[in-house]
Structure formats: structure tokens, C-alpha cells
Design a protein around this ligand. Structure first.
Ligand code: KIV
Ligand code: ZN
Length: 506
């Protein structure tokens, strides 16, 4: 049996069914082109009968991508199959994917069909599809809750009618790895001419087992995995493409299969999808989450510095991400801190590291994660190399319409301070405008969050801001018992970062 596993991407169909994931035609094209770069074997572009817009969207994808096959989904009814065939027929490699449920629950309550009727319906649907396009996939919806011998009967009918691909979906995310492996082995072992068709799996993630189940299905004989970028899809989603592909690649020793995926396009594919849909990737998501290659604890950082393989089973570069970012936090040790400084181009003496470490721990008490920009600011205060950061000496605000703020700032360690005043939509806005007048830096406040860091009435408020300056976003943080002052400090912190970055130490 071949060791090549085909990757069938259904981000634009099953993925698009996730709440909040709908894409317009242009976005579908952008994503389809990215999937082509990623090297997927087949793109399921949509469900053409659903609407005229959906039909045109599938057709545009079919026209645009050149290498992958393009599939259109269809129920077993004539109109669906004809519409799907029409939409994909402009593709270089068109596919009609038709499906019918085979589980007792679905047959009785949803289809209201007897098992015999289901078998006959499959025969007619596959024959019709096969008369319209060269390649047909048939799915037994809810396979994993179907009787295995009935599956054999239905699949035999589909194979005899000319199906090229047989998909056995875990529609409800119900199965387990050993069970799905057994199901594939049973069906493949009992269907005649099973070696003439490609067996496929399609797993939902309701119990968090989609990737494990897909890998087990491959062990049971499946050679196509249906999946989506970032694992989006109905309910808890589908098998995550990036996870299943990297599992196969990283554990070749126990799973000797290969895919045609260009791993270096994984990060781009994840970001493209997230940007298009606005569905944020969870920080801890394997492979593509922000923290997937971030090491915070001192022990881990120490190990990583000694040898990357101590805590990394694959490199971020292999999936197209920037080099490992050591996110520093209060558990980080001096080794991690000085190594990061070195990587940022700062060659520190022992004394400087000691001083920096003290400031770093102080900051880490207020701010959980310390990124490179934060470090640069701390470094600039340790190494007096002409960097002119501003510090807030005083602030007062008054009035409502408009609010007025007076700020007093000191530049570096200059003797005199500078005072200026401004008005704004509210006291924080007025304070930010006054800071801009003193520093000469204009920013756009994109995000402003405030939270209490200590309990009680005199709680310390911590403000987090994102400020866009010259098209680059800078984060800032400031803490004070006065939330307006916390906001002003955070804004000034972001401006200081900008100044530090635009005046790097030589
Ligand atoms: O989950 C499912 O069963 C499906 C089929 C249409 C393949 O998405
Ligand atoms: Zn599905």
C-alpha cells in the first residue's frame, strides 16, 4: 500500500461553516491561492447548490487554482450533483463530493429512509456524478455511528457505481483512535476491489480527538485526510491540518507516511485565515499559536540555550515562523535574560546583567510577559548610551467638555522638565495629546485596556495600550492608583519604545 497521504482541505467548505468564519468571494480566492502554495492535494471550495453566490465562489476557485483538485459538495439529489459538477467543471481537476448518511439514527430521524433505499440512492447518485466529472468522492455521513457491515454494503455499491474516493466521516466527533482504525480495517478488508479506490477520513473534534483519530484512520488504511487550517469547522471544528501534517512529519519513525505539504507555508496559511475571518488563533494552539514555540521557565530557557532539541521537537522555522521567541517572565533566570540581550545585539558586562536583572524582576512583577521591546527599554535605562526616554513627573486633568490635561515630562536625565497642556475627548485622550505635544511623537491609540492589579479601593490599575506610530504597533503598560495616570504612563511607555527602536544603540 502506498505511503503517500493526500491532504484534502475543507477550510472553504466545512471550515466556513464555523460561526463567524464566513468569507466573501475575494477572501475565498485569497485563501485558495494560499492553500495552493501550501501544497494541499484537493480544495473543497463549497456547497454550490446553497446559493448563487456560493456557486460563483466555487466556480472562481475552480478557475483560479491550477494544481490542486477542486471539489464541490452535493447531497445525493440530482439538482445538487448537477450544480456541483457545473461549478467545478472549469477546474483543471474537478471533483464532485456527494454524501448520504448511513447511521441508524440519521436514516430513521433525518432521512426517513430504509437501509435498502439508502443503498439504491447511493448507486444512482454516484453514477450520475461519474457521468458528469472524472472524479467522484462518496461519503457515508455519520460512519462512526453506522453498523460496520452496512457500511461495507453501501461502500461496495458506491465502488461498483464508479466512486474513486470513499470517505468515512466521524461527523459527530464521537469515535476513538482504536475504534476508527478497526472500522477502516473492517471496511477495506471486506469490500471487493478496495485497492482501486482511495479511502479517506474526515474527523470532527468534539472530544478533542480529531487529529489522533485521523492518524489512527491512516494506520487502518486511509490515504486521504480531510482537514482545515487552524482546525476550524462545524462545532468544535475538524482535524487541524497543521497538527496532523506536522505529527506525520515529526514522528516518521512510528508513522512512515508522507504528504505533499510545503511546511514553510503553514504559518502563512494560519495567519491568512485568521486575518480573513477574524477568528483569533488561541495562544496555546499547537504549531500556529503565539506560544507554540515560546519558552518561559528558566529551566526550559537554560535547556534551549544549551541545545534547541531539549524542549523543541520541531523548529519554528520549519513551519515558516520566525526564530523561537524566548518570552521572558518572572520565572526566567539570568541565563535566559542575558542570552536574549545577546541575540538583540547587546553585549552586557556581568554588572550590567545584574542591574538589568533587578529591573527586569521589578517589571516582571507587574507584567507577566516581557517581550523584546520591553527589554530594549530596560536596557536603555541600564546602559546610558544617549537614549532619550521621557519620564512622567506630574499629571493633572480637569473638566469634561472638553477635558484638559497638564503633563510634566523629563527627557532622559536633563535638568529641567517640560510642561504642556492639551484638550481631548476625555481625560486619557487629553493626557495622550499633551504627551504628544511634549515628545513630538504622534500616535494612534488602537487599544486601551485597564484592569485592577490589587484588591480594594486603592487598587493599582494597570493600563495596557497599543499605539500605532509610523505604521508600527507598540504596546505600552503603566500602573498607578490613578487610572488616568496609568493610561498616560502606558501611552508614554509605548512612545518610549518607539524612540528606543528608532534610535538603536550602536
Ligand atoms: O462531517 C461530515 O460528515 C461532513 C460530510 C459532508 C463529509 O462534513
Ligand atoms: Zn464535516
Amino acid at each position: 500500500m502506498s505511503t503517500r497521504v493526500e491532504i484534502f482541505d475543507t477550510t472553504l467548505r466545512d471550515g466556513e461553516q464555523s460561526p463567524g468564519a464566513s468569507m466573501d468571494d475575494n477572501q475565498k480566492i485569497e485563501m485558495a491561492l494560499q492553500l495552493e502554495k501550501l501544497g494541499v492535494d484537493i480544495i473543497e471550495a463549497g456547497f454550490p447548490i446553497a446559493s448563487q453566490q456560493e456557486f460563483e465562489g466555487v466556480q472562481r476557485v475552480a478557475r483560479t487554482v491550477k494544481n490542486p483538485r477542486v471539489a464541490g459538495l452535493a447531497r445525493t439529489v440530482k439538482a445538487d450533483i448537477e450544480r456541483a459538477a457545473e461549478a467545478v467543471s472549469v477546474a483543471n481537476h474537478p471533483v464532485v463530493h456527494t454524501f448520504l448518511a448511513t447511521s441508524p439514527i440519521h436514516m430513521e430521524y433525518k432521512l426517513r429512509m430504509t437501509p435498502d433505499q439508502v443503498v439504491e440512492e447511493v448507486d444512482g447518485a454516484v453514477r450520475l456524478a461519474k457521468s458528469l466529472v472524472p472524479r467522484v468522492e462518496f461519503s457515508c455521513e455519520d460512519s462512526t455511528r453506522s453498523e460496520w457491515d452496512f457500511l461495507v454494503r453501501v461502500v461496495q455499491k458506491a465502488v461498483d457505481a464508479g466512486a474513486d474516493v470513499i470517505n468515512l466521516p466521524d461527523t459527530t466527533g464521537y469515535t476513538t483512535p482504536s475504534e476508527i482504525q478497526g472500522m477502516f480495517e473492517h471496511v477495506i478488508g471486506h469490500v471487493e476491489r478496495a485497492n482501486h479506490v482511495l479511502f479517506s477520513c474526515h474527523n470532527h473534534n468534539d472530544l478533542g480527538l480529531a487529529v489522533a483519530n485521523a492518524l489512527a484512520a491512516v494506520r487502518g488504511g486511509a490515504r486521504q485526510i480531510e482537514c482545515t487550517v487552524n482546525g476550524i469547522g462545524e462545532r468544535a471544528g475538524n482535524t487541524a491540518l497543521e497538527e496532523v501534517v506536522m505529527a506525520l512529519d515529526t514522528r516518521k519513525d512510528v508513522m512512515p507516511y508522507e504528504t505533499g505539504i510545503n511546511h514553510k507555508e503553514i504559518a502563512n496559511s494560519s495567519m491568512t485565515l485568521s486575518n480573513i475571518t477574524g477568528l483569533v488563533v488561541p495562544f496555546n494552539k499547537p504549531i500556529v499559536g503565539r506560544n507554540a514555540f515560546a519558552h518561559e521557565s528558566g529551566i526550559h530557557q537554560h535547556g534551549m540555550i544549551a541545545n534547541q532539541t531539549t524542549y523543541e521537537i520541531m523548529t519554528p522555522e520549519s513551519v515558516g515562523r520566525a526564530k523561537t521567541e524566548l518570552v521572558l517572565g518572572k520565572h526566567s533566570g539570568k541565563a535566559g535574560l542575558s542570552k536574549r540581550c545577546e541575540e538583540l545585539g547587546f553585549d552586557l558586562s556581568k554588572d550590567e546583567v545584574a542591574e538589568l536583572y533587578g529591573k527586569f524582576i521589578e517589571l516582571a512583577d507587574r507584567k507577566k510577559e516581557i517581550f523584546d521591546d520591553d527589554l530594549r527599554i530596560l536596557l536603555s535605562s541600564v546602559r546610558d548610551e544617549g537614549f532619550e526616554a521621557y519620564s512622567l513627573e506630574d499629571i493633572s486633568t480637569s473638566g469634561k467638555d472638553p477635558a484638559t490635561a497638564i503633563v510634566k515630562l523629563r527627557r532622559g536625565d536633563e535638568k529641567s522638565s517640560i510642561t504642556d497642556t492639551a484638550t481631548g475627548d476625555g481625560p486619557v485622550d487629553a493626557a495622550c495629546r499633551a504627551i504628544e505635544r511634549v515628545t513630538g511623537i504622534n500616535g494612534k491609540l488602537e487599544d486601551f485596556t485597564i484592569r485592577a492589579v490589587t484588591p480594594g479601593k486603592d487598587a493599582h490599575g494597570e493600563a495596557y495600550v497599543t499605539v500605532k506610530i509610523e505604521n508600527r504597533p507598540y504596546t505600552g503598560v503603566g500602573a498607578s492608583t490613578d487610572i488616568i495616570e496609568a493610561g498616560a504612563l502606558a501611552y508614554l511607555n509605548a512612545i518610549n519604545k518607539h524612540l528606543a527602536l528608532s534610535h538603536p544603540t550602536e
